[in-house]
Design a protein around this ligand. Structure first.
Ligand SMILES: Cc1ncc(COP(=O)(O)O)c(C=O)c1O
Length: 486
């Protein structure tokens, strides 16, 4: 590889950070092209006269941010799927993120330009433990198709603009009944706002409730896509550590300055560690919120999937003081392209948030909302969840068993009691990059957890999704992994 890299040992930033920046800029400017192979960590370290650990750290960061990928075959490559717009907006030798200088950007636009959009690269290998999707194979397409037909024929009013930006009333009623029953959420359809998934819900919340520069506390590690939204609004991020009982609320409560306005949590199934926020901590969090006037954003993204014991009731149901905004989504229980999520809001906020929603995108598809309302009211949602819980449970058990069988005490498994992914830590004499590369060479895709970390260190922690793989494939994948790593 012909690439000039200049590192300065005297510079303010450490060498691994400088190398990371140099490589990232080379990728963005096109000096390194998609699919181009990078030198091994050993040979790059030798040619630059730096330690291999330094090179490994930079590669790890670029891998986890999606600039590089470890591919089936051998070695590390520039990601094949870098978004075109990202590459084209970065002409060679200019600042990597600069949009044409003649175009004036708002401060929001500038913040987006500083952190160009890139999805985390997903492994392109035969057995990928990628996470974040339900199993599409088991979706009741026939039922959905019938409901679509029924509603598209019934009344052509669905072609019109919606009369209420909060979302279709039938859907809000159906959701209210469902989450009261299944999640012990206290709610009234009047206080529900249908959103374009969790993503839009968080964006609207930030617009309406947080001034740029004001503080939002968030779990560390925590959900990267939420953090990106907070940053886009120039929120002051306050990372709060997480342990086996979830968010460490005493840490949050010890912060006096700055004033924390919002706290974002995943109490039922902490993302990505899988911890459940204990009852004591839930009560402590609510009491802190009442005392300080902060609002708690409860992201309840996949709590329907709990194995062995009953689903944990939502935090919102414990809160008599309207300090919690509950955020639900159908992305995990149905399918993500549906783009239907919902907020359960404190009553005084509901009209304001509906106004913000209308300004943002006016409405969601009426047809989809009606179909979903019937899907819930006719019992299809809950029977689908019951069926899927059993499938996922079997896949989960297979994965846990295979990991323990092959890796013994060299693997630590976290968060396996709920959701559709788990987290593992491998204690092996290998770096994270080595593990990813070797796995890819064996045809197995692993995704590191570090992209979700803000201040906490993450080494050799991986998030393993199992919802899309059948039992035999899971067993084969872990067997191949053990063969190549041990
Ligand atoms: C923590 C968390 N919240 C929410 C979501 C769902 O987001 P959306 O509803 O925008 O699809 C995900 C999806 O991966 C998630 O991991």
């Amino acid at each position: 590889m012909e690439l000039t890299l200049t590192l300065d040992p005297q510079a303010e930033h450490p060498l691994h950070r400088q190398l990371y920046e140099e490589l990232r800029q080379a990728i963005l400017s096109g000096r390194l092209s998609p699919r181009q192979k990078l030198p091994s960590t050993r040979s790059l370290a030798q040619s630059l006269g730096i330690s291999r650990t330094t090179v490994t750290q930079s590669y790890d960061q670029l891998l986890s941010e999606g600039y590089l990928e470890a591919r089936h075959g051998s070695g590390t490559f520039v990601c094949a799927q870098l978004p075109d717009d990202l590459l084209h907006s970065a002409p060679a030798e200019t600042a990597p993120h600069s949009v044409k200088s003649s175009i004036h950007l708002s401060s929001y636009g500038q913040r987006l330009a500083e952190k160009p959009f890139a999805l985390q690269a997903e492994p392109q290998v035969p057995i990928s433990f990628r996470y974040g999707r339900p199993s599409f194979q088991h979706f009741p397409l026939e039922v959905w198709r019938k409901l679509l037909l029924r509603h598209s024929r019934a009344n052509i009013q669905w072609l019109d603009y919606a009369s209420n930006p909060q979302g279709e009333y039938e859907l809000r009623e159906a959701i209210a009944r469902y989450i009261t029953r299944a999640r012990a959420v206290q709610c009234d359809p009047e206080h529900i706002l249908i959103t374009n998934g969790t993503q839009q819900a968080l964006d609207l919340i930030l617009r309406v409730l947080l001034e740029p520069g004001e503080a939002i506390a968030l779990e560390d590690p925590g959900y990267l896509s939420a953090r990106r939204i907070f940053l886009s609004h120039n929120a002051h991020l306050i990372p709060i550590p997480v342990d086996e009982s979830g968010l460490v609320v005493s840490h949050l409560a010890s912060i006096q300055v700055p004033t924390i306005r919002l706290v974002y949590v995943t109490p039922s199934h902490q993302f990505p560690t899988g911890a459940t926020l204990s009852l004591a901590r839930r009560l402590e969090l609510l009491s802190w919120a009442h005392r300080t006037g902060a609002l708690v954003l409860e992201d309840d993204y996949d709590s329907e999937y709990r194995y062995g014991d009953r689903p944990i009731p939502a935090l919102q149901g414990l809160d008599p003081g309207h300090s919690v905004i509950y955020i639900g989504t159908f992305s995990k229980v149905l399918f993500p392209s549906l783009r239907i999520g919902y907020l359960v809001l404190p009553p005084e906020l509901a009209p304001l948030m509906a106004h913000a929603k209308w300004l943002s995108d006016r409405q969601l598809s009426t047809l989809d909302q009606r179909v979903l309302a019937d899907f819930i009211n006719e019992g299809h949602l809950e029977s689908h969840i019951r069926r899927m819980r059993s499938h996922y449970n079997s896949r989960r058990q297979t994965l846990v068993h295979a990991l323990k069988q092959h890796f013994g005490d060299r693997v630590t498994i976290l968060g396996e009691k709920a959701g559709i992914h788990l987290m593992v830590h491998f204690s092996l004499p290998l770096t994270e990059t080595d593990i990813i590369q070797k796995a890819a060479q064996a045809g197995v895709g692993l995704m590191p957890a570090r992209v979700h970390c803000l201040q906490v260190e993450s080494h050799c922690n991986f998030i393993l999704g199992y919802s899309e793989l059948d039992e035999a494939t899971i067993e084969r994948g872990i067997h191949l992994l053990a063969q190549t790593l041990l």
